[in-house]
Design a protein around this ligand. Structure first.
Ligand SMILES: [Zn+2]
Length: 196
């Protein structure tokens, strides 16, 4: 296999990129400015060393704890539970939420072999049992797996504490993804969140 085929295969492994798009990217890189290509390659190879999950919330960060967890102006009594770090980033961009996050790292999906133990649920219980948390907002995606996961967390949380548990609901399209929701809708669904 030559270098073109090898790099094409690398790109084709990325989500949403087929073999054809991968080929186009490789051709773009072949013709691109070589200093940019070197920067790109360096950023790519250093990414995993530079960025780690925050030991508190699980969001990607260069400094541990992350800027949200270490910000004294954030409301630590309010925890927003999301599936992935990128969901927290989307909520941050909507500028509606001043609490802190907890990243699960996925959703309960028995067919894919993902149970509660594979997710960061124990550490969520630990944070809530710390005592200063007043509300947990379950912001998993409005999909079957997201709902199942939210219900599971609601059950285990309410068994160990009397913390208020809410769910982002109104305005979110069923089966949709936080990723595709505009800021306004997201802000509205935060304000209109409902108790379990
Ligand atoms: Zn954090």
């Amino acid at each position: 296999m030559n270098a073109i085929d090898e790099l094409t295969d690398c790109f084709a492994r990325l989500p949403g990129i087929g073999k054809k798009s991968a080929g186009r990217l490789v051709n773009y890189i072949l013709k691109a400015d070589s200093s940019w290509v070197k920067t790109f390659a360096r950023q790519l190879s250093e990414l995993q060393d530079k960025i780690k999950p925050c030991s508190v919330c699980g969001c990607w960060t260069e400094n541990d704890p992350c800027p949200v967890c270490s910000n004294p102006l954030r409301d630590n009594s309010l925890i927003c539970v999301v599936e992935q770090p990128q969901d927290a980033a989307i909520i941050e961009n909507a500028h509606e939420f001043n609490g802190v996050f907890h990243v699960l790292g996925g959703v309960i999906a028995p067919l894919e072999g993902i149970g509660p133990d594979q997710l960061r649920i124990k550490s969520l219980l630990g944070r809530v049992q710390g005592g200063s948390v007043k509300e947990v907002i379950l912001a998993t995606n409005p999909t079957v797996e997201g709902d199942t996961t939210a219900m599971y967390i609601q059950k285990v949380l309410s068994a160990v504490s009397d913390v208020k548990i809410t769910r982002l609901a109104s305005g979110l399209p069923v089966g949709g993804d936080l990723e595709y929701i505009d800021k306004l809708t997201l802000a509205r669904s935060f304000r209109g969140r409902s108790s379990f």
